[in-house]
Design a protein around this ligand. Structure first.
Ligand SMILES: NC(=O)c1ccc[n+]([C@@H]2O[C@H](COP(=O)([O-])OP(=O)(O)OC[C@H]3O[C@@H](n4cnc5c(N)ncnc54)[C@H](OP(=O)(O)O)[C@@H]3O)[C@@H](O)[C@H]2O)c1
Length: 287
């Protein structure tokens, strides 16, 4: 089957590779074409425009930085909307606002295609291993045409029933990620302030009931001071902005959301936006 991925960043590249490995014919498009060229060597077909990609496939995964960029790629000349044909699925894997999901749904469905918000939980490593958790803004019956495609990307699909719910669930979970990442960073920084080896902290943590793969990955990155990007800190501040918009809309008192929003925002102001979000630890080193 012919499928496509629009946006060959950290997540899009890993997803395209999984689909190639599974035997799909994979079209790819990226604004910076050179970043998609390695995939062509692995068998992907490079599209000249997003519209050309959409015209040639049955399922399109969109994995762009944020909803502003996604909107631009949809509406631009020879963009996604120009390529919509009867029955094509446009599957938005970005972490976006529910408002965007409703707008995109209208635009795609009016042209005969099907739009679904299906963000993913997991980062670079899970995407590379086909182990993402898939958060689908629809029900199993209406999304059955996507089953083979989604099962390559992840082992667990959660059907949330309706448009926009995939986005809301993803934002809810990303607040947990922001909190856990900050908690590990603060724990390690506090060890240092106590004059304790932070390795003791991580060793005890990873052998306790609090242990989790996420804490392990981020804790080890902090200990090694390896802030190479798995999930850019700037993308987390984008998600926290979206979370806080929803929190305000629902008049929900998100104590930890407010703190995380301030800390990550400040970290971005200090120039940490384009490294991994584990670099939030550096906020504790500034005197
Ligand atoms: N990384 C993670 O752990 C993770 C996990 C789950 C969900 N997500 C979400 O998945 C999405 C992608 O994340 P990522 O980590 O893969 O991001 P990334 O590596 O920064 O990739 C961003 C993609 O957006 C494209 N882009 C940026 N500005 C653009 C513009 N003005 N016009 C066209 N394309 C543009 C980039 O193209 P260029 O190459 O040309 O810059 C690139 O393909 C985000 O919504 C993110 O929140 C990320």
């Amino acid at each position: 089957m012919e499928v496509g991925i629009i946006g060959i960043g950290i997540m899009g590249r890993a997803m395209a590779r999984s689909l190639l490995r599974a035997g799909f014919r994979v079209w790819v498009w990226n604004r910076t074409r050179s970043k998609a060229e390695a995939l062509a060597q692995e068998g992907a077909i490079l599209a000249g425009t997003p519209g050309e990609l959409v015209k040639n496939v049955k399922i399109v995964g969109v994995v762009l930085a944020n909803h502003e960029v996604t909107r631009e790629v949809f509406y631009k000349k020879e963009g996604v909307l120009e390529g919509i044909h009867e029955g094509v699925y446009i599957v938005d894997h970005g972490t976006n606002s529910p408002e965007w999901a409703f707008e995109a749904y209208e635009e795609v469905e009016n042209r005969g295609g099907k739009y679904i918000d299906i963000p993913v939980l997991g980062s670079k490593i899970q995407a590379e291993n086909g182990e993402l958790v898939i958060l689908a803004g629809g029900n199993e019956e209406e999304l059955k045409g996507l089953k083979n495609y989604l099962s390559v990307l992840g082992k667990r699909i959660i059907y949330t029933g309706k448009r926009g719910n995939g986005c809301l669930l993803k934002l809810n979970l990303n607040l947990m990620i922001a909190i856990m990442n900050l908690a590990v960073a603060e724990g390690i920084a506090l060890s240092e302030a106590f004059g304790l080896k932070p390795e003791f902290f991580m060793h005890a943590l990873l052998h306790s009931a609090m242990a989790s793969p996420y804490i392990k990955i981020k804790g080890e990155k902090i200990l090694k001071q390896d802030f190479s990007k798995q999930f850019a800190l700037s993308l987390m501040t984008k998600d926290l902005r979206l979370i806080m918009q929803e929190v305000i809309k629902h008049r929900f008192p998100s104590f930890l959301g407010s703190i995380c929003y301030d800390v990550y925002q400040q970290a971005e102001v200090k120039g940490l936006g384009e490294v991994d979000l584990s670099a939030v630890k550096k906020m504790y080193q500034e005197k």
